[in-house]
Design a protein around this ligand. Sequence first.
Ligand code: GLN
Length: 526
Amino acid sequence: ATAAASAASPPHLSDGPFDPYNCITSRLPTTASAGDAARTPRDGRPLAGWDVAVKENICVLGAATTCSSRMLSDYASTFDAACVHRLRNAGATIAAKTNCDEFGMGSENVHSFHGPVRNPAKAVRDAAPRPEPAAAAAWDLERERVAGGSSGGSAAAVKAGLARIAIGTDTGGSIRLPAAYCGVVGLKPSYGLVSRWGLVSYADSLDTVGVLGSGIDDVEAAFDVLSAPDARDPTCVDASARRRAEGAVAAALDVASSSTTNGGGVVEGLRIGIPREYFPRELHPRVLAPFRAAVHRLREQGAHIVSVSLPTTPYALSAYYVISSAEASSNLARYDGVEYGYRASAVEGQSPQQEQQHPYARTRSQGFGAEVQRRILLGTYALSADKFDNYFLQAGRIRREIQRDFATSLRIPSVLGHGVAASPLSADKDKDGVDVLLHPSAVDTAPTLASALGFGPRAGTAQERQDRILSSYVQDVLTVPASLAGLPAISLPVGEAEDDGWPVGVTATSQWGCEKILFRIGRALA
Ligand code: GLN
């Protein structure tokens, strides 16, 4: 691994003319033999001729896989992740790696060794001449918006037309949030459908690999390629669970079409629930008009819209941050400066205080960014002997309540048998239950880079820092419940906020394994 690591040091192309958004971290040679075949557009394979960008935390043979961390800034992978392998076999070319928040931790893609990503949505909408590539220092931070995180580079690359689709990862919203902020489609698949072998773990009980694309057809085609059993990922389900899920989808669509007279429309007869708790105090009113317009279009096409309640939702965010940080603290223990990764140099150039630090501590304080260190501390605290019951166990209880909420409101039974609704469609579930839940993807349009990075009169004060950290966590409030429950969720672009002109997304969530129903919603809103 070390030999490959030092040999391959792909150029950083964020200064190149084609990427003024800092979304690409390295561009891969596309002339390799596999690439040549892939570049023949019509060779019968589903993704033939597609240029795909892959997030920095997913291994691509010979490419830098830094997780946007100094800790892995020298690491180049010696193998392809399972998802990359499947994409190549389907004819795709892996064209670039994309920027992200360090190890996937963040909502704004500003916590990155490669620097922040700039949101291309408005420039693309206005067909503005591509901005001159300028160092982030020259950006107008009060006007520029974040791309969202942690898969911000993937969302921006798709929006800017630098890749046909991009692969991202979603632990608590990292595909859906940047998709919403940049105005593209982002799918977080059901937990266990897409292999994570070759993904650098953040929080294993939540991590998923998914797709961002500019249209629903591209996202569905890529999902069909990625979703497959893989014995190397023990959480990746076998063929029989997949068949049962297909059966559940077919049954749900049967029920939907039998409750209508017209037939034909892709969402005809589907029951769509709007969860009351997904309109919290933090939700900015500017996202409501595009959301309502989307609901109206679904109703016009024959969907039944009902109001539902998922009462545990307000507790999801705290449970998520306890569980994800706890798992992260354990996962990231492997970066110790001994086996691999960054190692702090011996003593020279260090302060006297640092000289006294143990090399392990010095390596980790220099190798990890501030946000990652915060999560490690938070997670270690939650796992410590006398705090465990109050934090980690409690968070697990909330997680089960959240799963129960979904199971109660969805009429499609779970084929995995967790939650309470493992029974076939029951009479009153058929009456009250829904096939899909629909809500705004985010509480607002993308924040400005200035607010995410901390500029302005109060910048740098303890209060400002605390507010900024909290506001970045709160951006996940609408995405973490589906992650805790392992359910598939898709963010769909539905226009712009009237006052600021930035994209707004809506998210559809369904039962485990019911991605095909989500694609129907996507088609109806395309
Ligand atoms: N913003 C969330 C976090 O920082 C989600 C990140 C993700 O999905 N990878 O943990």
